[in-house]
Design a protein around this ligand. Structure first.
Ligand SMILES: [Zn+2]
Length: 501
């Protein structure tokens, strides 16, 4: 047994090392050996001696906790002990992914020949009154598509499908869903479940388009603008230099003191830094790091609340339970982060910045956010479809994009190329984006269950109790159960999209 736990610890150290290298690459663009770190992990997982320790542990495991630990580790190791071809292919996929992620992280868009950051584009999209300029900014984002495809994006998709096929699955999507411990048919009812809500979304969109831009339809380059029109306070200038104390005081309401955690923040844009927001839970209970790109606007606290939610989650876990922590579903992680993100519109958070005058607009925007967020499901379906179609060229991808969006939302294809490659997930986190939406569903469920149990209609009425509820009901058991099991355990019902509405 000692040998087994030592082995697990060594594996964890290798994961920690890789996360640190990735943090450097995402924050500075420097690669100090990511490929080698992957190789080290691969070799460790391939090692027969390590694998036999896992099998031995599984055999001796008694009781549900040990059995679950065995299952989690077995899932990590098993694909490395099938064939050599599978292992070689896996390494090739990692190499290609790393190569493409470097292109993505250091790429900068141009408008009229001038370099613009992702944050600048977001600013144009949300503030620019001239619809043509917004459109231009929106389509600037398709500039990365060709370099991605030229450098092997389609090859990467094919490699992943080849891997899944060799493994014995229909395609990479099925492979991924199963290895994430989800029911393979979990998405089958989504389109039907969402139909009536998408009708509402489209009607609401037309209503806002008429009201704010004098147009009959809302286009993708209008969404952020409409949001700012509904709630201009979201764009209010705030001094972000005090972000740490703002966040600390806010999270103290729930009984979480981030001073006691070692969370590193890197929140301002910089050359060669990834333009996204991330939490790197480097080492549970020891080291958690947050990457963001903010520019002193109130709405950007959304990402800081979300990522700090992840940071807190990683510090609330028992660091000794290395194996169980490996088994936590990404959906649960996103659900917890989303719970805190939503406080952007809650008085408990905004009162430091605004008076009560924003109450109405924040209520309206919160409602609009919830429904317009259904547009995100398009990205999820597109992500899935990439692996179900035979793609040969960039145009094939664009056609697929329009196909997905017209089927789901009744969108009409436009005559310019729809940007997709900028969304780093298609490259680095394939078949992952459903985690965000299912995280939202989970977040909604957790709130409803908490309200019911504590007889309140908002978390801010009993924040300390909520902190405790989150810890006891969600965080503590999060590694012990597969996602759908945990969902049912907390809510008493099976996972379904109905919890979102
Ligand atoms: Zn997240």
């Amino acid at each position: 047994m000692v040998k087994f736990y030592e082995m697990v610890e060594r594996l964890y150290e290798l994961d920690v090392k890789l996360s640190k290298l990735e943090w450097v690459q995402y924050t500075t663009g420097y690669d100090f050996g990511i490929e080698e770190a992957h190789e080290e992990i691969n070799n460790f997982l391939k090692d027969e001696k390590n694998y036999s320790l896992v099998l031995e542990y599984m055999e001796k495991a008694s009781g549900p906790v040990e059995k679950r630990k065995g299952e989690i580790l077995y899932n990590e190791f098993k694909s490395y002990h099938l064939t050599k071809e599978l292992n070689d292919l896996n390494f090739e996929i990692q190499k290609k992914t790393n190569e493409l992620s470097k292109i993505l992280n250091t790429f900068r868009f141009k408008i009229d020949g001038k370099e613009v950051s992702g944050v600048d584009i977001d600013c144009i999209l949300s503030r620019e009154d001239d619809r043509e300029l917004r459109k231009k900014a929106f389509f600037a984002k398709n500039q990365i598509d060709k370099p991605m495809v030229d450098n092997g994006f389609i090859d990467l998709i094919n490699l992943r499908n080849e891997y899944a096929g060799m493994y014995g699955e229909k395609d990479f999507m099925e492979y991924r869903i199963k290895s994430d411990e989800l029911s393979p048919n979990i998405f089958d009812t989504w389109e039907d479940d969402l139909k009536e809500h998408i009708i509402v979304l489209n009607e609401k969109g037309r209503e806002y388009a008429r009201k704010f831009i004098g147009s009959e339809e809302l286009m993708p380059w209008d969404y952020s603008y409409i949001k700012s029109k509904i709630s201009s306070s979201l764009n209010s200038h705030v001094d972000m230099s005090n972000y740490y104390n703002v966040l600390r005081e806010f999270f103290l309401n729930f009984g979480f003191d981030i001073n006691k955690f070692n969370i590193t923040y890197d929140i301002f844009p910089r050359k060669n830094k990834s333009e996204w927001g991330y939490n790197f839970p480097i080492k549970y209970g020891e080291d958690s790091r947050i990457l963001a790109n903010v520019k002193n606007q109130y709405r950007e606290y959304e990402v800081l609340l979300h990522e700090t939610g992840h940071g807190i989650h990683s510090f609330m876990l028992n660091p000794e339970e290395i194996i169980l922590n490996m088994g936590i579903s990404g959906i649960i992680e996103e659900g917890i982060a989303d719970l805190f993100e939503e406080f952007l519109y809650d008085k408990m958070f905004y009162e430091k910045f605004f008076t009560n005058s924003v109450e109405k607009e924040f209520e309206e925007i919160h409602e609009y956010d919830k429904i317009s967020h259904l547009r995100f499901v398009g990205n999820i379906f597109f992500d899935h479809e990439l692996y179900k179609n035979d793609l040969k060229s960039l145009d094939d991808i664009y056609n697929l994009y329009f196909k997905v969006y017209s089927k789901l939302y009744n969108d009409k294809p436009y005559n310019q190329k729809p940007p997709f490659g900028f969304r780093i997930h298609y490259t680095t986190h394939p078949i992952y984006m459903h985690n965000y939406f299912m995280g939202d569903v989970t977040c909604s469920m957790l709130k409803k269950v908490f309200y019911r149990k504590y007889g309140v209609d908002s978390i801010s009425k009993k924040p300390k109790e909520f902190g405790n509820f989150l810890f006891e009901q969600v965080i503590k058991p999060s590694g012990l159960y597969k996602y759908e099991e945990l969902f049912e355990k907390i809510s008493g019902e099976k996972f379904s999209l109905k919890w979102y509405f």
